[in-house]
Design a protein around this ligand. Structure first.
Ligand SMILES: *[C@@H]1O[C@H](CO)[C@@H](O)[C@H](O)[C@H]1NC(C)=O
Ligand SMILES: *[C@@H]1O[C@H](CO)[C@@H](O)[C@H](O)[C@H]1NC(C)=O
Ligand SMILES: *[C@@H]1O[C@H](CO)[C@@H](O)[C@H](O)[C@H]1NC(C)=O
Ligand SMILES: *[C@@H]1O[C@H](CO)[C@@H](O)[C@H](O)[C@H]1NC(C)=O
Ligand SMILES: *[C@@H]1O[C@H](CO)[C@@H](O)[C@H](O)[C@H]1NC(C)=O
Ligand SMILES: *[C@@H]1O[C@H](CO)[C@@H](O)[C@H](O)[C@H]1NC(C)=O
Ligand SMILES: [Fe+2]
Length: 469
């Protein structure tokens, strides 16, 4: 085979300069007056520029990377070859040393109804040196994409910027706007936390899995260059026994590999990673989470393991929000809230990001864990040990926005707005993080909502005066 290197160089800025306006904490209870035209978002047609198949026989496509271990020194590189398996090898080298190392991965295919996938490759590159910038390449003809990856430094005061294009992205013109706004935001996200509902291919007849491929090509422009941390949503279930597809999560778990074994999980649907100064726990809203279930047993031992001296910031990702004051999906997260909220408060989780509701909402720090069937104590109360709940299900999918809100706005709800957008969770040091939410209709730097978050372990000071409960 003729080996041709077509490589360009990109530079990943490890530490970005933070240019932020002074922000004030928004007191409880804002329903934004911003009225977005509520047109249903149309999916981009198959011949759109963002879906273009790279030219050349068997050219790799749908390249995406995610963290490959628990500590943050490994990366999983995934890609699809359409015509034949091709090589499983990734070659990589640092800027300083031109000597190339190689890592071998695996290749798999799957069938779904009458669809057969391309050759899906997953290759884990381990033991990368922190803060070193790596370039990677594939030894095929026609290859275009260069992996550029820098494992983050670890440490309690390491600043780190997470993006949140959350969930419910889909592949509409609005999805493309959301991704573009994330890319052009002057505060550069270094890793994207994705809270479920990826391609929406299950909205097509027979769950047309070709829409998984178009989605993979659409996100490559970001996901090949920074890790996207995956959470499963309801659109990943792809459970359709009527057409003979009774194995839940088959396309999702075939296409998106995560380092679940590194956190002693038995399922890719729930796992944890450490990244810079954060500890991130991913939960599955659509797997059993009741007492004695595998997810419960894993999670029970997970929270006590978190060492807040090492990773002060404790972030949980899930798809279905636990606090949601929209009519759409109202109370769908209630059973998981009943199971896990006491732990979230006990272990002082800083923030919980969810999607599912196609809108944005940020909560006050509240808990609702006193109820015991007979005592009647079933209202949320202000609780500075509780997480802030942020719903960011406003990526832009073809199902449109959730605009109908419960009225009046409950006092636990600090800010809500039905617009598409993205978020930035910007960790400054062990005590301070700054969250900004950006709606797609504004300029790239504009924040429609923002809040400082004080770390619940290191700085338990009150963030806000919460309205009376
Ligand atoms: C799969 O089945 C659908 C519905 O019958 C049909 O429209 C489509 O062309 C089929 N695709 C393949 C690859 O056979
Ligand atoms: C998607 O967004 C990118 C970047 O803004 C743009 O170049 C491209 O033309 C857009 N494609 C569609 C189909 O909207
Ligand atoms: C927590 O991490 C710190 C810093 O790495 C370390 O000194 C300490 O021993 C750890 N605590 C436990 C209980 O492992
Ligand atoms: C429920 O809560 C009430 C009031 O806090 C308490 O008196 C009662 O013993 C509790 N019941 C149970 C079963 O724990
Ligand atoms: C909004 O939700 C309420 C409560 O479920 C319902 O009665 C009402 O019809 C909904 N309005 C719209 C416009 O969907
Ligand atoms: C942590 O960051 C905040 C916000 O940038 C800053 O005000 C504070 O002084 C920092 N704390 C330390 C110990 O550097
Ligand atoms: Fe959803």
């Amino acid at each position: 085979m003729v080996v041709r290197w077509v490589c360009a160089s990109f530079v990943l800025l490890l530490l970005v300069g933070f240019m932020l306006n002074a922000a004030e904490f928004v007191n409880g209870g804002i329903t934004s007056s911003y009225a977005r035209k509520n047109d249903i978002s149309a999916d981009m047609p198959l011949d759109s520029d963002v879906f273009q198949v790279p030219p050349g026989y068997n050219a790799p496509q749908q390249v995406h990377i995610t963290q490959g271990d628990h500590e943050g020194k490994a990366v999983i590189v995934s890609w699809v070859t359409p015509d034949e398996p091709g090589s499983n090898t990734v070659l990589y080298w640092t800027d300083n040393s031109k000597q190339k190392s190689s890592a071998n991965g695996i290749v798999l295919t799957y069938k779904y109804f009458n669809y057969t996938s391309g050759y899906i490759h997953h290759c884990t590159i381990e033991n990368l040196e922190v803060s070193q910038s790596y370039n990677g390449c594939w030894n095929w003809e026609y290859h275009k994409t260069i992996l550029v990856y820098s494992p983050p430094r670890a440490g309690p005061d390491v600043p780190y910027t997470f993006g949140l294009i959350a969930g419910d992205l889909g592949q509409t013109y609005d999805s493309n706007r959301t991704l573009t706004h994330y890319e052009l935001n002057p505060t550069k996200g270094q890793t994207l936390l994705f809270v479920g509902d990826l391609s929406y291919s299950d909205d097509y007849p027979f769950h047309d899995n070709n829409r998984w491929d178009t989605w993979g090509r659409f996100i490559e422009r970001s996901a090949a260059y920074q890790p996207w941390i995956w959470t499963a949503g309801n659109h990943e279930i792809d459970f359709a026994p009527d057409i003979g597809e009774a194995k839940p999560f088959k396309p999702y778990t075939s296409r998106f590999h995560v380092p679940y074994r590194a956190s002693e999980s038995t399922s890719p649907l729930w796992y944890s990673i450490k990244r810079a100064s954060a500890y991130i726990i991913v939960l599955s809203s659509y797997s059993a989470y009741g007492k004695y279930t595998p997810q419960y047993k894993w999670f029970e031992y997970e929270l006590p393991k978190v060492n807040r001296t090492e990773t002060p910031w404790l972030i949980v990702l899930m798809h279905s929000p636990l606090y949601n004051s929209y009519v759409h999906h109202y109370m769908e997260g209630e059973t998981m809230r009943v199971m896990y909220e006491p732990w979230f408060v006990e272990y002082k989780v800083d923030v919980i990001f969810a999607g599912h509701v196609h809108a944005y909402e940020r909560s006050e720090r509240v808990s609702n864990i006193a109820y015991n069937i007979t005592n009647g104590l079933c209202d949320p109360i202000s609780d500075q040990s509780a997480p802030v709940y942020i719903t960011i299900g406003d990526g832009g999918n073809q199902e449109g926005l959730a605009t109908n809100m419960t009225d009046p706005q409950p006092s636990y709800s600090a800010y809500r707005e039905a617009s598409f957008g993205h978020g930035i969770f910007d960790i400054k040091n062990r005590t301070h993080a700054y969250f900004g939410w950006h709606r797609n209709q504004d300029g790239y730097a504009v924040e429609a909502d923002s809040a400082w978050l004080y770390n619940r372990y290191w700085d338990p000071s009150e963030e806000s005066s919460i309205a009376s409960f």
